[in-house]
Design a protein around this ligand. Sequence first.
Ligand code: ADP
Length: 930
Amino acid sequence: MIKSTPLLNKSIRSQFFKMLLFLVVSFLIIIAAFLVVVNASQNALQQKREQMYEKSMLVDELEENFNGIFFRARGYYAFQNEQELKLLYENLENFEVLLQKFSQLDLTEEERGLYNELVDFHYNYKTVTLPKGLSFAKMGDYEALRELSNSGANDLVNKFIAYTKSYKKKTDHSLNQIFSKTVEQGQLFTFISLMISGLILLFVGVILRRVLNNMIRPIEQLTLATNALASGKSIDLGNLVQKEDELGILANSFLKMILSIQDKEEVLTTQNEELLAQQDELQENQLQLQNSLNYLEKYNQLNHVLTFTLNKQKLIDNLHNYLNDIYQYDTSVLYWMEGNVYATKGLSHQSAAALVENFDMDKQARLKQEKSFVITRQLTANEKGIAQESYYAYDLYSSVFNSKRELVAILMATREGHPHNDRDIDSLNGLLNRVSIAFERILMYEEVEKSRTLNQTIIDNVNEGIQLVSATGDTVLINRALCGIVNLLNLTTETSIPKKDWLQHFQKCSAQPDELIEFLEASIMESFEETRKCRYCMTAEHEIFVEVYATCLFDGQEKVGTIFVHRDITREYEVDQMKSELVSTVSHELRTPLSSVLGFTELLLTKNIKPERQNKYIDTIHREAVRLTNLINDFLDLQRMESGKQQYNMETLQLNEIAFEIVNRFRHEQKHNVHLIDKAREVYVNADQDRLVQLFINLIGNAIKFSPQGGDVEILLENKNNSIQVSIKDEGIGISKQDIAQLFQKFKRIDNSLRRKIGGTGLGLSICREIILKHEGEIWIESEEGQGTTVYFTLPLANNTITFDEEDVMEDSNGLNIMLVEDDLSLALLLSEELKSKGFTVIHHHDPKKAFEDTLNTPLLGIVIDIMLGEEMSGWDLVRALREREHTKEIPIIISSALDEVKEMVDQFQIKKYLTKPYPPEEISKLFVK
Ligand code: ADP
């Protein structure tokens, strides 16, 4: 903070104030006095002028009234006009008022005399002269009036008029005098003002001079001194330092400051010199440090490589580069014999390779004795190049030994004209000693890696899934088998799998996650000697049953991890399942018939039973024994088929013939209408007849068995591609979608109350599948619960060169259905063959009732009916029924019978043709036009 300087007696500020005060006060007094004088004289002159003017005006008015009085009086006297008289009196009164005013003015002696005369006149005229005149006028005595006017009134009037004229003159004169006096005074005042202004200028000049001398000059002096100081010249402040004001103080302080600066400058110059010297020293140190830092950095990089790299070539390259950086070789080779890698500088690839391959044995021997040695030789002509004078080359050979004192690497380095000093060689030897450790580390790592890969290969080729888990629960190793079993592929990475992740995966994919996770967690956390195991089921893609064994890994007493071995036991599990299903089926299916056999035979043995009852019992025993035999046969068949021991007697067969024959077997079914639709043009297959019969019986038997309410069972033969497709369609209880896939497994039966009542072994479909596979066909099921079932199978055609255009077949056969109602199997087959050969589709029925029902479902081109069909309904009954029903009354009917034609019937029912057996089959096909 800057302290304000105490006010000095002779300070610039006080001097300036004093001067300014004196100047202002003097001028104020002079101007005030001047103004007062000017004002007073102006006022006096003004007053005088106004009075003069007022008197002159009054005199003028008096004169005017005075004239008016006489003028009005004479007017009245002459004409006695009353108006004139009135005006006369007004003039008199005005005259009196004006006289009054005149008397109040400052009057001279002369004016006072005039006034007195005028007062007298007024009084006489008003009181004496005017009344007399008026009475004379009234009397008309003009003579007396003339006398009255001559009696002296006229003298007064003239005297007054003369006076006023001279008075005006005087007044004008006086006014002129006053005006010229005012002008004179004005000039005087202007002169005085100019004088005062001159005085002010003089004073200002004096003050400015003092300011110049006392302030501006010293400041200039100080500025010059400052400039001189800045440019290093000598300073002269003159008598400025003797001054007692602020500038004097400033100059003194400035002087002191200069002295102290000069003092300090000397000190600073000395210090500066010292600092410069230190700076030079520091720069030199810095340079040295920078160099060492560079070396250190390179050394550090090399160290890093030596410690961490597992790549032989990279190690050799880095080491070689480092050596060249430090020792500046002209040519060099660093060769690691064990690793069979090398790095070179200044040599072609071929010469380097030749050098390391044929390394001089003597030098090798020398290196085993001496760690490093140098050979000095004269440069060859090649090496010298364009150089004129001869140089020396210094070849350095240095070695690296392993821990067994075997030579493992060699450095060959040449410097041209620049020898290797002892210090360099010592430090190089130290470095190469260290390098041997890195070499050994890499070789060791390769060994370890080799055995690790071997272990991993072994582990990967084990069928069981192996999982090694660390003490914290992270998976550190898994084999390929485990990935397959538990579908861990999406989690496998190079690094370990965190505990949270793999447990989450197991939890997501397992069917019993809680139990499994509890087992895994406990195995990771707890320490135990024995091997624990647990079973679980993976449901990720398909069901896999797994048994997992957990064993702890110990390092001394401390648990370091856990090994889990996951074993895929799906096959065993399925076998187990099958076994238990077999046991339950066999026990049920064996026990039931056996108990009836036992029960009835006991009854027969112990009791005396009526013969007809005995027969019934024996019949039941026989039926149950057959059932048992079927079961055992089924079981044995399947066993034989599965073990490949089943003999197949393959021959070319007509599939529709077999189908006809089987359908015929089921003709007596009460609740079911088993019928065949034959749309297949090609029916020859290579097959074992017995097995095909077994196949049909199983499938048609199932269709009947699983439609307890009865219904149609339709067997349809069609050609598809190069095969024949058979479908067995029922209207039974059907199968739910999820069960269909499992039905071809052995002993597989759907477990629900409806089916439990229906017996079975669960072997039928398995046998069918085995048969179909053996015949290179396919088998599948289409069904919906409660909607009936269709089982399909295909068999390749015997002559597989024939190909079918499916659309063609569809188009051809559409609406070309001919129903054949014939109970003679061979004739039905014969007619069917004939019709099919002409491109018709044949629907075969042996039961006229079922045929009649079926006519409603299928559009027909015609019906071929046999007359002798059965007891219940004859051929003619069927014809009648067809003709009576609206829907079928127009269908063309052909009778095919062994009986003779009955003309009336033929006419009555409009029979298209009556064919008497035997007749050539073409007869039939001729009757239908496509
Ligand atoms: P089984 O008939 O002796 O039980 P199968 O192997 O022939 O044995 O059939 C296995 C199961 O498939 C049967 O128990 C039944 O539940 C079902 N099945 C087979 N065919 C049909 C069908 N046509 N309709 C309904 N379910 C059927």
